[in-house]
Design a protein around this ligand. Structure first.
Ligand SMILES: C[S@@+](CC[C@H](N)C(=O)[O-])C[C@H]1O[C@@H](n2cnc3c(N)ncnc32)[C@H](O)[C@@H]1O
Length: 535
């Protein structure tokens, strides 16, 4: 290496230090790219130890900066190049391990940290031990999907949300009866069982002012634009991301979109599975995919834990994007950090389609029709088909109108009960109709005056709550009713809680939030449900 070049490299490195202090990672990467090309253009780099050292350091520094800017494939390439030159390069091994951990490749990440542990001098041992522990824990969780967020819950969501592993449970994408594709259970599971745990491709979040229109709407638009920019950036940087986005419906596929192989959704899928003829992202198609598949975190069938008030989040999660809507869903979503946990909200049989609610299903058919229209589909679920049949009864339409006016909740719920006897509605179908008129029942249970007047003409709150949850799965509003009853009996907080009713509440709690905590943590969730304004 000549003196002039050496001096230039020295200057570049000092400039890089300044940029890193300012956290100007883009410029930092440009600068190291220049330094790397200077090294590459030297004659016979293999013979110059000093040049080797400079090149390896430049590549590993660029790798760290690239990984900060979420260019994980670029960062991984840099690490691999260093390790080809010097397989024992500690900084590159650790950086590679962290990238693999970020990519949910826990076993491979663990391999790197173990190697680093062997190669390290002094000083890194404690940090490496912690990284190895994280890999082991996540690796175990990714095999079973079992999670326990009790500590975080009992700590009032203090600190960072618990780290969750990527998990693909007993599910498979198949052709759905509605024409497109859907996600199906491959084995029977009970309420609360996690089905999919996955990280968002990109998550857009903001605390929005609570005014309708005006600044709130503007803030929402800014958040959406930022979210779309991040998605486009991610598709440019990573062919896997682009490929996976292309597996999703853009809403206009002729002859229906194809069925992807499940292996694609596992973090360990081979690079070769994601080769595209045209690497240039098709922006129009990506925007359509976002339109059809983005989920908001504050949906009725979802719960965000650890959120601030006024908080709003939108994201794209690949495998959950195959889940269709149903008005009698059997799954729900729980948002923890940037991961979504899709879990069974009631018992699900092998072969059953997994569905969650895209909109509030505690509303009558006409309202649901309006909402599904906004989603650009006509729902043909079991509940809609049943209600369409009975709705031909003029009487039911009249009741919908009274419900809408909010004037005679007792009259509506008792008329519905009496109507169901005449129409010989039985079992689950009772739950369908009670869910449609839930606000009427709730209005009565909440008012002592209405209870005195109508209480004897409608079933007890526990009976209605149970039949609704059997029909439409776990839901915070139903849980709240059951818990309110338990609380009146002094049954939630105490340790001597037991009995059938508490078992039912626990079961409904698992259907609502998933199996995420032990009894004590579940009680903390119950307090949240009771304090919520869900009704
Ligand atoms: C997030 S995607 C769900 C997966 C999609 N079916 C596919 O093939 O990729 C949402 C789209 O699926 C369709 N869809 C979802 N639920 C439906 C339902 N209950 N009835 C009819 N179409 C539905 C609608 O076209 C909707 O825009």
């Amino acid at each position: 290496m000549t003196g002039g070049i050496e001096e230039e490299m020295h200057l570049l490195r000092s400039r890089a230090t300044e940029l890193s202090l300012r956290e100007d990672w883009k410029e930092y990467i440009n600068l190291y790219t220049h330094l790397i090309s200077l090294c590459d253009h030297q004659h016979s780099p293999s013979s110059d130890a000093k040049l080797h050292k400079t090149l390896c350091l430049a590549l590993s520094n660029r790798a760290e900066a690239r990984s900060r800017l979420r260019d994980l494939s670029g960062a991984l390439e840099d690490c691999d190049r260093v390790l080809e030159i010097d397989p024992t390069h500690l900084k590159a091994i650790i950086c590679k391990g962290k990238i693999l951990l970020d990519l949910d490749l826990y076993t491979q990440a663990s391999g790197c940290f173990q190697q680093a542990f062997v190669n390290q001098g002094t000083g890194n041992a404690e940090a490496l031990r912690r990284l190895l522990g994280r890999c082991r824990r996540l690796e175990a969780q990714s095999r079973t999907g079992a999670l326990d967020i009790s500590d975080w819950l009992l700590n009032g969501f203090g600190g960072n949300p618990p780290e969750l592993a990527e998990y693909v449970g007993p599910v498979e994408v198949r052709r759905s009866a509605n024409g497109g594709r859907g996600l199906f259970a491959t084995k029977s599971v009970e309420a609360g069982t996690p089905l999919v745990i996955t990280k968002a491709i990109v998550l857009g979040r903001g605390i929005l002012p609570e005014t309708a229109g005006g600044p709130g709407e503007n803030a929402r638009m800014v958040m959406w634009k930022d979210f779309v920019d991040k998605i486009l950036d991610a598709t440019e940087k990573c062919s896997r991301t682009l490929y996976l986005i292309y597996t999703l419906s853009a809403g206009d596929e002729e002859g229906g979109p194809g069925i992807p192989v499940m292996g694609l959704f596992s973090p360990g899928a081979a690079k070769e599975s994601f080769i595209l003829e045209n690497r240039e992202p098709d922006v129009d198609r990506i925007l359509k995919v976002l339109d059809v598949n983005c989920l908001t975190e504050e949906a009725f069938s979802a719960k965000v834990l650890g959120k601030n008030s006024g908080y709003c989040g939108v994201g794209l999660w690949i495998l959950p994007s195959f889940v269709n809507h149903s008005c009698s869903p059997n799954a729900r979503r729980l948002h923890i950090g940037d991961r979504v946990v899709v879990h069974a909200s009631r018992d699900v049989k092998a072969g059953e389609e997994i569905t969650f609610a895209y909109f509030d299903v505690f509303s009558p058919l006409s309202k649901r029709r309006e909402m599904s229209k906004r989603w650009k589909f006509h729902c043909h679920c079991e509940r809609c088909r049943f209600e369409e049949k009975v709705l031909s009864a003029q009487e039911l339409r009249e009741m919908e109108m009274v419900l809408e006016s909010g004037s005679d909740m007792g009259g509506v719920s008792s008329r519905l009960e009496e109507g169901m006897r005449r129409w010989m509605v039985k079992g689950r179908e009772k739950g369908f109709l009670r869910a449609s008129f839930w606000t009427a029942y709730y209005g009565v249970y909440e008012s002592e005056k209405l209870m005195r007047k109508w209480g004897r003409q409608i079933p007890a709150e526990a009976v209605v709550a149970e039949s609704v949850s059997e029909a439409v799965g776990g839901d915070e509003r139903v849980l709240k009713v059951l818990l309110g009853r338990l609380k009146k009996k002094g049954g939630i907080g105490g340790s001597a809680v037991g009995g059938l009713e508490m078992d039912k509440a626990m079961r409904l709690g698992r259907g609502t939030y998933g199996k995420v905590a032990k009894k004590q943590g579940m009680r903390a969730l119950f307090e949240l449900a009771l304090a919520s304004n869900a009704h």
